[in-house]
Design a protein around this ligand. Structure first.
Ligand SMILES: Cc1cc2nc3c(=O)[nH]c(=O)nc-3n(C[C@H](O)[C@H](O)[C@H](O)COP(=O)(O)OP(=O)(O)OC[C@H]3O[C@@H](n4cnc5c(N)ncnc54)[C@H](O)[C@@H]3O)c2cc1C
Length: 288
């Protein structure tokens, strides 16, 4: 491995100053779990790594704003901190449930919320969950701060809309009273394998009717994507087999699913039809 600089700034301003808008070989480090794999595989050869761990402050911790009914989750928050937070378990139980098949304890102890989003691998489990919850991302760069929907961070396969000298500072996650959420990781080999598709669903339910929802597909596309046509079929509908079939057809028609080592596009379209129906049904039957 070629040598590189490792710097540990003490302030956000210093960190941004150490990034280089023109040089993608200069990158920030959150938990380092994705970067280390890319460096070992020589897909990424760093010039300078800007380690964020000494920043703390706005980048760390989980703040519950009961009045605003939202969480602000610092970009340096580890998966383990999310997994074990009593407030997150009480208000966003889909998050600790998603952790049960996400990587392993060693990875969850160090991987960070910000690094996970910025990595933009379409197979990751949490981004579709954040998207279904309607989360927004706070970003800071030399020109100041901006906030964007988490969907707008993703530009494509491992690509984001962030500039090289922008940092994710935090994630704002609304808690919608009465809504329930679930994430289904559909693997075609072992349970802990990367998903062939991921389905995240947040919805308000009244009796047999889905009154409102946010439905997201991941892994089978180049980025997590809301299934707006399928949502339109389900919104306001009394759920039965015919409605679920129509929603499955709409989901398949509105997406360009890719063939890869986890299955052909045809096979994954079949999985989508089957698992979309199951996901809606299981959400209707669950209390959270
Ligand atoms: C063995 C193993 C198993 C795994 N299994 C799963 C799994 O089952 N499901 C799953 O979803 N994921 C899995 N992962 C992936 C894991 O979720 C990611 O590696 C992790 O989320 C990346 O977070 P990080 O903080 O380590 O990012 P880093 O490696 O530090 O960074 C990743 C990218 O984000 C950039 N970055 C980091 N922080 C910021 C910031 N604040 N602002 C802007 N850019 C930033 C970096 O420059 C880099 O480009 C696995 C990983 C490993 C190693």
């Amino acid at each position: 491995m070629a040598s590189f600089d490792l710097v540990e700034p003490r302030s956000l301003e210093e960190a941004i100053g150490l990034l280089d808008p023109e040089d993608p070989a200069v990158r920030p480090v959150g938990g380092g779990t994705a970067l280390m794999l890319m460096m070992k595989a020589q897909i990424y050869k760093p010039q300078r790594l800007v380690c964020l761990r000494r920043l703390g402050g706005r980048l760390s911790g989980i703040a519950w704003d009961a009045a605003g009914s939202r969480f602000r989750i610092g970009a340096l928050t580890t998966f383990a901190a999310l997994e074990h937070s009593p407030e997150i378990a009480a208000h966003l139980p889909v998050v600790p449930r998603t952790m049960t098949t996400l990587a392993n304890v060693r990875v969850r102890n160090v991987a960070t919320v910000g690094g996970n989003i910025a990595h933009a691998d379409p197979h990751l489990d949490l981004p579709p969950v954040w998207l279904s919850l309607g989360a927004r991302v706070l970003v800071i760069g030399p020109a100041g701060e901006r906030t964007l929907d988490v969907a707008d961070v993703f530009a494509g396969y491992y690509e984001t809309t962030l500039a090289n000298d922008e940092l994710i500072v935090a994630l704002d996650v609304p808690v919608r009273p009465g809504w329930r959420s679930t994430y289904v990781k559909v693997t075609t080999r072992a349970q802990h394998d990367w998903p062939a598709l991921g389905i995240a669903l947040s919805a308000a339910v009244s009796g047999r009717v889905v009154t409102d929802l946010r439905l997201v597909l991941s892994a089978a596309l180049d980025k997590p994507t809301r299934l707006v046509a399928a949502e339109a079929v389900l919104r306001g509908a009394e759920i039965d087999d015919a409605v679920l079939r129509r929603a499955g057809d709409a989901a398949v028609a509105e997406t360009e699913i890719v063939t890869d080592s986890r299955g052909s596009a045809d096979y994954k379209q079949h999985l989508l039809r089957v698992h979309l129906g199951r996901t809606v049904r299981s959400l209707m039957e669950s209390g959270t």
